[in-house]
Design a protein around this ligand. Sequence first.
Ligand SMILES: [Zn+2]
Length: 379
Amino acid sequence: MYQAIADGIGVLALVDHHVHPALTTGLDSAGFEELITESDRPVPAGVTQFDSQLGLAIRRWCAPVLGLEPLAAPAAYLAQRAALGGGEVTRRLLRASGISHFLVDTGYLRDGMLGLDGMAGESGAEVDEIVRLETVAEQAVLAGDGSAAGFAGRFAEALAEQVPGAAGLKSIVGYRYGLDFDPVPPARVEVTAAAGRWLHQIEVTGQVRVADPVLLRHLLWAGLSHGLPLQLHTGFGDPDADLRRCDPLLLRGFIERAEPGGTPIMLLHCYPFHREAGYLAMAYPHVYLDVGLAANYLGARAAAVVAESLELAPFGKVLFSTDAWGLAELHYLGALLWRRATAQVLGGFVADGAWDEAEALRIAAMIGGGNARRVYALD
Ligand SMILES: [Zn+2]
């Protein structure tokens, strides 16, 4: 019985609704370890990131894809990775993930990452783009004539240009400010004043990063008006985000004001606030969630977060994602750990006599791809 459920979930063609491009460059040991933690600090002496849930998961599950024994030693794993080459490793892992469609966030890139066509070519999957509002604003301000009054119009034009090719939009207001922002759309005069401060700051510091809460709110409301699903970073990430201010419950005022427009609001990552996110998904018709990122970092504990994401939220509101960034190991594991965790959790419901196999497979298919195809209108 459990095996039938695991087999059924194992062959689902997944839609990864929140993911970043894979890297194809070779990596030394330090470079690899930097990419298997959300910390942006140096690894402390005497500690290795391989001794973590994610590190063990890489050795257990990725090593065989590279032709090694399960739980190969880190040095052997990295040596095999180097021998095969970054391109071959990435191709193997992306293809082995069984992900059939990636919705790629192109807002945070580094050298050596695949473009959208490259992701499609290497993975054999379909690829669509998720456009980051902050990136559009930063490009618009640089391309503009330097006038504060013209910023809102330039941003609107730049966004309107990108929307037809995008599957969805994304905001990182959680990183740049916090989710405890004033939920009211700012007035045009406030936006112009804030744009003036921003332009001045760019001139003084040379930094183009948009972090003013008035501007961030303006981007959100402008984004919502297009009706494409709006993804919001919530929950944990690197220490650039203040986790205390990334609880999705802080979004209540914004969610309620956005409700009449009906634009889907996609709460990303959520951990450790995935139960709060599940409550919001139950309470509000336009709210959805995923527990991507957490599944990878929880490794052998991934079933715990998957189980808790299936408490209050209607199953039509829960989506699969990997949130992989850079290492194709993360794309592969995001899918594999989700499949294993979901089989374990739903298989448990069936073993308990609460569900049957057909219901378990039907719900898994919704979360694995059906919900994303519907909400993002992918078909
Ligand atoms: Zn992400």
